[in-house]
Design a protein around this ligand. Structure first.
Ligand SMILES: [Zn+2]
Ligand SMILES: [Zn+2]
Length: 189
């Protein structure tokens, strides 16, 4: 089991969505019967850019920098996992009642951010305590109570660009060839 404290130091705070991402990533590894990815064989496609994506990233080792963590922005609390070494894959989605509760918390957080600074500090403390309580409650739930397993949609791992480059005559910056049009980079072209 992942050291939650260490995971939290990666994300920056302990919130329910992050915790759910940690659990989701852990369940994916368990179902795929594999350990955390060090290379690029495990791909994860997250359906919304949110705290839970960080939990998935931390636990599974699919990262933005290795180009094996992807965003298919659908506004859903779900993610698909593809193990290229075994050919196994699956999609996990948070159960409706779980999402509803955690979104309620998220909306409370949004409201706190809108408060005048004088009131914000105390409300933020209250909110963080609420979040920690919610995480404690989630800890008591089984994977089956948190997530539903469905079939993963088709997926082709993106082929990375060649590492050929041009030096943009506009700004003098090294730019990968595929990104330069008529020799100019995206900022100059
Ligand atoms: Zn968070
Ligand atoms: Zn340029």
């Amino acid at each position: 089991m992942t050291d939650l404290q260490e995971a939290v130091s990666f994300h920056g705070h302990l919130c329910p969505m992050f915790y759910l991402g940690v659990r989701m990533g852990g369940l994916a590894l368990k179902k795929l019967d594999r350990a955390r990815e060090r290379g690029v064989k495990l791909h994860a496609v997250v359906e919304f850019a949110n705290c839970f994506g960080d939990g998935i990233q931390y636990v599974t080792g699919a990262t933005f920098g290795k180009n094996n963590l992807h965003l298919a922005d659908r506004g859903k609390f779900a993610a698909s996992f593809y193990d290229l070494s075994s050919g196994k894959n699956l999609r996990l989605r948070m159960k409706k009642d779980i999402v509803e509760k955690v979104l309620e918390y998220g909306r409370a957080g949004r409201d706190v951010k809108r408060l005048p600074p004088a009131e914000r500090e105390e409300e933020t403390r209250r909110l963080m305590a609420m979040g920690r309580e919610m995480v404690e409650r989630l800890k008591g739930l089984s994977d089956e109570e948190l997530f539903e397993v469905t079939d993963a949609p088709g997926f082709t791992p993106p082929e990375g660009p060649s590492l050929d480059y041009v030096v943009c005559p506009g700004c003098g910056e090294v730019t990968l060839k595929e990104y330069a049009e008529k020799g100019l980079c995206g900022s100059c072209g």
